[in-house]
Write a protein that binds this ligand. Structure first.
Ligand SMILES: Nc1ncnc2c1ncn2[C@@H]1O[C@H](COP(=O)(O)OP(=O)(O)O)[C@@H](O)[C@H]1O
Ligand SMILES: [Mg+2]
Length: 406
């Protein structure tokens, strides 16, 4: 087992790292000797690079999750890692091809990943603490809006995190900002369909429907934004069920008391925000939940901003040809992962893939309010309607020329 002691020096790819004893933004009561964070699929260690002093997270997958398919997203994540809020996407994967010596020494590191350590606290620890980490109105708005700007980056690129929840959002309460982590289940158009389709995070999903789709983050976004906005209120803090505000079972109870309290709070904060939350809570699938952009616009309006402020992140476009090229290379490796490219999944009955993507350099400044070019292109049924309409106009004109006395 990969089971280093606190302060032990380990060597990976020729570099020395010290395993850090942790007290990571958890409650003060956490024993300081903690050095492993237990996730659902992995155990995470904090390492310090002894030559640069930088902190890193080493994510060691539990045996059933050590799968070659984990690296299918690496080219996409490498691009995202340049964007604020996605720093944890800068990953080095330990594969039999890339790190044979390290894996000979530590076989448990197969498909482990090394990434920057994100300072702050998981949003789940804040929720779990109830009133211990109160936030003021300004921090509450900023955290919610910052999260929405990050999620807009994914939405504009038809991509979804698919495991969005309080454990996978790290918040910095001093300098209010959010960072997303844990992109193992990310959906992107043309990605190979995973063997097990992600069904979302307990506490942030309704039932266990497939969430591996472009709209997969919408329900979880509504819950996270409601939590972040509600956290300015001590009564709401006191009502948290634990690491998520709602319990998993509550989503089948459309009139749960906890829901009604948060709903009432949001209605008072701003009626538009309240109605978006109501819509999400009553939605039977993620497709009919409000989009990320709906939330972003509503937050801007609630703060009386004249327009949605542009963020440099709004200009970010994924270079899909680089992502597909890398995937083709992976599939071609003799001992590499079996990564059949699936036909594009359907969203609302239509292929969800990006069709023409501008290169990152041509993206310049993009209004986040402008629909994505793909969405504004005429679809086949629209073209059919236009032809039918033209024929009707011609028919009417002919009838007028022939039969109406001039
Ligand atoms: N880059 C990181 N920086 C700081 N903490 C992290 C990082 N990656 C993971 N963690 C911590 O480890 C926990 C589990 O990691 P995660 O990638 O979410 O694993 P899992 O796939 O098992 O959910 C997270 O909830 C968070 O507390
Ligand atoms: Mg996680």
């Amino acid at each position: 087992m990969f089971n280093p002691n606190g302060n032990e020096i380990i060597t990976l790819a020729g570099r020395d790292y010290q395993v850090q004893p942790l007290n990571v933004g958890k409650l003060a009561a956490t024993p300081p000797a903690l050095r492993i964070i237990h996730g659902a699929r992995a155990e995470v260690f904090q390492l310090r690079d002894t030559s640069t002093n930088t902190l890193l997270a080493l994510k060691v997958m539990r045996p059933p999750f050590r799968k070659p398919a984990l690296i299918r997203n690496r080219a996409l994540l490498a691009q995202l890692s340049n964007v604020r809020g996605f720093e944890a996407c800068q990953l080095t994967y330990f594969t039999p091809q890339s790190h044979p010596n390290d894996l000979a020494h530590y076989p448990d590191l197969e498909y482990a990943s090394l990434m920057p350590w994100i300072g702050g606290m998981t949003w789940s620890s804040v929720l779990d603490s109830r009133t211990q980490f109160p936030i003021n109105d300004s921090t509450s708005w900023k955290l919610a809006y910052d999260l929405l700007v990050s999620l807009t980056v994914l939405e504009r690129n038809h991509t979804a995190h698919c495991d969005l929840g309080s454990n996978n959002v790290i918040v910095d309460l001093q300098n209010p900002q959010t960072t997303l982590i844990d992109f193992d289940e990310v959906y992107w158009p043309d990605a190979p369909v995973p063997a097990g389709l992600p069904t979302g995070t307990p506490g942030y999903r309704r039932g266990t429907q497939n969430q591996w789709k472009a709209s997969g983050d919408r329900f979880a976004t509504a819950i996270l934004v409601a939590e972040l906005l509600g956290w300015r209120n001590a009564q709401i803090q006191n009502r948290s069920s634990g690491e998520s505000f709602f319990s998993e079972a509550e989503y089948n109870d459309l009139s749960s008391a906890r829901y009604l309290e948060l709903q009432e709070f949001l209605d008072q904060l701003d009626s538009k925000l309240g109605s978006l939350f109501r819509k999400a809570w009553n939605a039977h699938s993620t497709e009919v939940c409000p989009s990320i952009q709906d939330w972003r616009r509503a937050l801007a309006e609630a703060q009386h901003w004249k327009a949605i402020p542009l963020d440099y992140r709004d200009a970010f476009q994924i270079n899909w040809s680089a992502v597909k090229h890398d995937l083709a290379n992976l599939s071609g490796q003799p001992s590499g992962p079996a990564l059949a490219i699936a036909s594009p999944p359907l969203v609302n009955g239509q292929a969800a893939g990006p069709q023409t993507q501008p290169s990152p350099s041509s993206a310049a400044v993009v209004n986040p309010d402008t629909p994505h070019p793909v969405a504004s292109q005429p679809t086949p049924p629209t073209i059919g309607c236009m032809i039918l309409f033209a024929l009707m106009v011609l028919g009417l004109l002919g009838w007028w020329i022939l039969f109406v006395p001039h």
